[in-house]
Design a protein around this ligand. Structure first.
Ligand SMILES: Cc1cc2nc3c(=O)[nH]c(=O)nc-3n(C[C@H](O)[C@H](O)[C@H](O)COP(=O)(O)O)c2cc1C
Length: 177
């Protein structure tokens, strides 16, 4: 199923059709353990940075499923690819990053269509992830994804349900000119 999901993810549009996304399936137990330690260190640092009230709320949130997820997938961007011949990203280099994010979003939708849950873990030190996964030096870390069947299904986002951040109404987000 993962191969099928990645086939779908790579149908995402990309600037100049450069397809700058690179994926790493992380199965090795020692590397997974290093990622978990990386998360624990970053999460402790984040917790220490909040005021007391926010920290006590933060501490109740479930912010990863690294031990439970059967599939760990890291996503990188290949900064050195010449594919696409610079079309579009000569003027806006950031469109390469946007292209990778579109592949991640496509993967997310495909996973949900297969009744899988996907979590994006960003409470990680990107340089350490690069080292742990031993990827080419021209790749830059974009996302660490956990995939698996979720224990619970909800209509509302977890952070809304736990009172961390409410959803905005559209009138706050759209300007008319
Ligand atoms: C760029 C990005 C980074 C995220 N990083 C985290 C994270 O580090 N920890 C976390 O719990 N959720 C993170 N999320 C959110 C969740 O992965 C996502 O909301 C969740 O899997 C879906 O569940 P929900 O519908 O309950 O929000 C991130 C989402 C995005 C788009």
């Amino acid at each position: 199923m993962l191969a099928e999901l990645l086939e779908l993810a790579t149908l995402a549009p990309s600037v100049g059709n450069s397809q700058p996304w690179r994926f790493v399936t992380v199965d090795d137990a020692d590397r997974r353990a290093a990622v978990i330690s990386n998360f624990e260190a970053c999460n402790a640092a984040a917790l220490a940075d909040y005021d007391k009230e926010t920290a006590s709320s933060y501490a109740t949130l479930k912010l990863e499923g690294l031990r439970q997820a059967p599939v760990h997938l890291a996503v990188f961007i290949d900064r050195e690819t010449t594919d696409g011949k610079g079309l579009g990203n000569r003027t806006m280099p950031e469109t390469s990053d946007y292209s990778v994010v579109l592949a991640i979003q496509t993967l997310w939708l495909a996973a949900r269509a297969h009744h899988l849950g996907m979590g994006w873990v960003s409470i990680l030190d990107p340089d350490k992830i690069h080292e742990t996964l031993d990827v080419p030096s021209g790749w830059q870390f974009m996302a660490y994804l956990c995939l698996g069947y979720s224990e619970e299904e909800h209509e509302d986002p977890e952070l809304v349900r736990h009172g961390w951040q409410a959803r905005h109404s559209l009138d706050k987000l759209v300007l008319k000119r």
